[in-house]
Design a protein around this ligand. Sequence first.
Ligand code: NAP
Length: 279
Amino acid sequence: MAIIIDGKAVAEKIINELKQKVSSMETKPHLAVIQVGDNPASTIYVNLKKKRAEEIGIKSSVINLSEAVSEKELINKIKELNNDKNVTSILVQLPLPKHINANNIIKTILPEKDVDGFTNQNAGSLLNGMIPSAYPCTPKGVMRLLDEYNIKIEGKHAVIVGRSNIVGKPLAIMLLNRNATVTICHSKTNNLKEITKQADILVSAVGKKVIFNDMVKPNAVVIDVGIFKDNYNKTTGDVDFENVKEIASYITPVPKGVGPMTIASLMENTVDLYNENLK
Ligand code: NAP
């Protein structure tokens, strides 16, 4: 029976540390979040981020733009925030409406205010083994969980299912930088099961139930990044938790696994960017 990794508790610890740090600051970090349209899931995430920021003492503003906003208008808004000395971090809530090219938007954010670490400069720094202004929040949260539970990374075979720019790809680089041997799988991977069964550390970031117990090596560490609603409208993850926990050594639940760590990492990035900009 696996040890259940308590992402909520680790996230709480990080938030409490940040509260202390921020309380001793004369001026406070300021996180600006842009939400385009009113996707209900995005609204939940944006409100959660605002609530967490306020709890810590970080200033936050949410800029709501209409679903019909043009790419040019959104770019202009970001430029305005780039030039606003009072704003120290900028986050554009994804996904964006189809008529807007997310890459064009992300590359407009000043790298030193890029709290998600998604800009070409920060992603490039990560790839080149340099320290980016900010590490992408979800992969950063996953790495922190592995470290909190003293899970050895060096020399281990890490298999990541999912290759998005926000989770799979940056996490692969972060694990590689820590000397794991990394395999990335995706929807076109042949014989997924044969590959996942080789994993010492198995991370799933897909958004569908794809990991079952016959795909997991005994004593593997299983990290479930996926979050979605099942047929009964219950929040669930990619991993068949009840069965996989019987053979894994460590496993993250959904909810209360990676999710809270993403928000905690975002708050940490907000504080770090603010401190960096003061230098
Ligand atoms: P995404 O951009 O949709 O990427 C999903 C990835 O899964 C793609 O690489 C896709 O392959 C791959 N995939 C789809 N079906 C597959 C299959 N049957 N077998 C193997 N691979 C498959 O998603 P994302 O933004 O990375 O998010 C993934 C999940 O994590 C979602 O549930 C999301 O809600 C969740 N998430 C959670 C957090 C958190 O804080 N816990 C943060 C971010 C995301 P292709 O590239 O070939 O299409």
